[in-house]
Design a binder for this molecule. Structure first.
Ligand SMILES: [Cu+2]
Length: 468
C-alpha cells in the first residue's frame, strides 16, 4: 500500500463516522468540492477555497463544513457523528450507563456517553457553528461543560451557576461558534466527583481553519483516567481519593490498549487529556524526543517549545506533542508513575522483598491447599504464575510481549513504527534487525572485553575509578 492509499484508508474510515456520508475519495475524486461547499453555505467557502488551491500533496481529508483537516485517530475509542443543518454542525450526546470493559477479564458499570467510556471524541473546525444536544438517560441530573472552549457564559454548563441541571429524561441544547483551535475536553459539571469518576468525560478536538506549521500524518487523541474497582466489584468507586487501582488510556488498561500505529517518516501528533480525579500523569515516550506544541490554552509558539521525553499532563489539562517517527520499533508510551502501570492487585500488598520462606509454604499448605508465598523478588511474575484470579479482575501486571512478559499494565500502550505497513491495524511485534537486539553476552565477547562475571562488583567499580 502506498502512503497515499494508507491515508485514504485512514481518512475514509474516520469520515465514515461523519454524518454527511461524503468520503474524501468521492469529494476530491470527482472534483466536486467547490460545488459541495457552496451548497452548504457561506460557512464553508474560505476553507473550501483554500483546499482547492492546494496541490494533491496537501494533507488528506475534506470533512464538511470547515474544510480540510487530518481527522484524529482515537485508539480503542470512537468519534461523535455529526450532520450539517443550515450550516450548523449538529452533535447529539446521550448520557447513559455503560457496561465498560477495561481489559479482557474486567468490566464495570460506568457512566458515559453514547455507549462509550469515555464519551466519543467531538471533532470540529475553528469557525464552525456547533450545536450539541445532550439527552440525559442517567438516573441523576447532569450537565455538559466544554472544558477550555471559549463560549457564552450561559453555555458553560456548570450546574446551578450557569444553568439548571438536566433532569433524567430531559434534553438540553448547547451552542457555540468555535473561535479557537486545539484540544479541549468535555465532561459533566454536576456532581462532578461521581459523574467524572464514573467516566463522563471526552475530548473536544478543534482543527485550525488555516493550518499552521508542518502538517501531521497521524493525529492521535488519548484521554487519561484513574479508577478504583475493587476485585469482584461491578461498579467503580467514585468516592476513592487515593488508592486508584486501574489506570487507563481511552478507558483501557494494558493489555487492553490498542497500539498507535505509524509508518516510518510520518509526522505524528499525540493529544493527551487528563480528567483523572486526583493524579497528574507524566507520560513518557521511548525512542524519541518530542516537542510540546499545545496546551488546552492553545498553540505554543515555536520559539517557546522545548524538547522533552516525558510530558506532565496535569488533572484538568491537555498537552499535545509532536515528532517525526524516524525510528522503527515497538516503543513504550506510558505513565512514569510506577503505580500507574500496575493493575488492581499490585497496590497495598505486604512488602515481601528478600523474605526467605523456607519450609513455610509446605506447612501452610496443610491448612490452605495451594498456598504459595509470593513477592520475595518483586512483582514481575505476579501476572504469569498460572494462578487463577478472582472473577472480574486482572493480574496486577501487564501482558505477553514478543520476548517475555511485559510487566507493566495500566496506563501503558505501544507506539508501533514500521518501514512498511499495509494498513493501520496492529502490525504485530517488531523484529529487531540482526545485531540490534540485547541478548545474552557471548563468552567470546566477555573474554575480549575483559569482563569477569564472577569478580566482586565493587572491585570492578573501584578499578573503573582508578583507570578513569
Ligand atoms: Cu500516572
Amino acid at each position: 500500500m502506498t502512503d497515499h492509499e494508507l491515508d485514504d484508508a485512514n481518512n475514509d474510515t474516520a469520515l465514515g463516522l461523519t454524518g454527511d456520508g461524503l468520503s474524501r475519495r468521492r469529494v476530491l475524486g470527482t472534483g466536486a468540492i467547490t460545488l459541495t461547499a457552496s451548497a452548504l453555505g457561506t460557512l464553508m467557502r474560505p476553507a473550501a477555497a483554500a483546499a482547492a488551491e492546494r496541490p494533491s500533496a496537501a494533507p488528506a481529508s475534506a470533512a464538511l463544513p470547515g474544510g480540510e483537516y487530518r481527522p484524529v485517530v482515537v485508539p480503542n475509542g470512537a468519534k461523535l457523528p455529526w450532520k450539517v443543518v443550515n450550516g450548523v454542525k449538529i452533535f447529539h450526546l446521550v448520557a447513559e450507563e455503560v457496561e465498560h470493559e477495561y481489559a479482557p477479564g474486567i468490566k464495570a458499570h460506568c457512566w458515559g456517553y453514547n455507549g462509550h467510556v469515555h464519551g466519543p471524541t467531538i471533532e470540529a473546525v475553528e469557525g464552525d457553528r456547533v450545536r450539541i444536544y445532550l439527552s440525559n438517560r442517567l438516573p441523576a441530573a447532569t450537565t455538559l461543560h466544554c472544558h477550555g472552549i471559549l463560549l457564552d457564559n450561559g453555555m458553560d454548563g456548570v450546574g446551578g451557576l450557569n444553568q439548571k441541571a438536566i433532569q433524567p429524561g430531559e434534553t438540553f441544547k448547547y451552542e457555540v461558534t468555535l473561535r479557537q483551535s486545539g484540544t479541549g475536553m468535555y465532561h459533566s459539571h454536576h456532581d462532578e466527583m461521581t459523574q467524572m469518576g464514573l467516566g463522563m468525560t471526552g475530548l473536544f478536538v478543534i482543527h485550525p481553519r488555516h493550518p499552521r506549521g508542518p502538517q501531521v500524518d497521524r493525529d492521535f487523541a488519548l484521554m487519561l483516567h484513574e479508577w478504583r474497582v475493587d476485585v469482584g466489584a461491578a461498579r467503580p468507586d467514585p468516592n476513592e481519593m487515593v488508592e486508584f487501582n486501574l489506570l487507563t488510556i481511552n478507558g483501557k488498561a494494558f493489555p487492553g490498549t490498542d497500539p498507535l500505529v505509524v509508518k516510518k517518516g510520518q509526522r505524528v501528533r499525540i493529544r493527551i487529556g487528563n480528567l483523572s480525579a486526583m493524579d497528574h500523569h507524566p507520560i513518557h515516550l521511548h525512542g524519541y524526543r518530542f516537542k510540546v506544541t499545545e496546551t488546552d490554552g492553545g498553540a505554543i509558539q515555536e520559539s517557546a517549545q522545548w524538547p522533552e521525553t516525558t510530558v506532565l499532563v496535569p488533572v484538568g489539562s491537555t498537552r499535545t506533542i509532536e515528532f517525526v517517527a524516524n525510528e522503527p520499533g515497538d516503543w513504550a508510551l506510558h505513565c512514569h508513575m510506577t503505580h500507574h502501570v500496575m493493575n488492581q492487585m499490585g497496590h497495598g500488598v505486604p512488602n515481601m522483598i528478600g523474605v526467605k520462606p523456607g519450609t513455610l509454604d509446605e506447612k501452610v499448605r496443610r491448612l490452605l491447599p495451594g498456598y504459595m508465598t509470593m513477592g520475595q523478588a518483586g512483582m514481575a511474575d505476579m501476572g504469569d504464575m498460572g494462578m487463577g484470579v478472582p472473577n472480574n479482575s486482572i493480574p496486577m501486571s501487564g501482558g505477553r510481549g514478543k520476548h517475555d512478559r511485559i510487566t507493566m499494565g495500566g496506563m501503558f500502550t505501544i507506539l508501533k513504527v514500521r518501514d512498511q505497513l499495509t494498513g493501520y491495524g496492529d502490525p504485530g511485534w517488531y523484529d529487531a534487525p540482526e545485531g540490534t537486539l540485547a541478548e545474552r553476552a557471548p563468552s567470546a565477547d566477555l573474554e575480549r572485553d575483559g569482563i569477569d562475571v564472577k569478580a566482586p562488583a565493587r572491585a570492578w567499580a573501584d578499578a573503573q575509578v582508578r583507570t578513569g
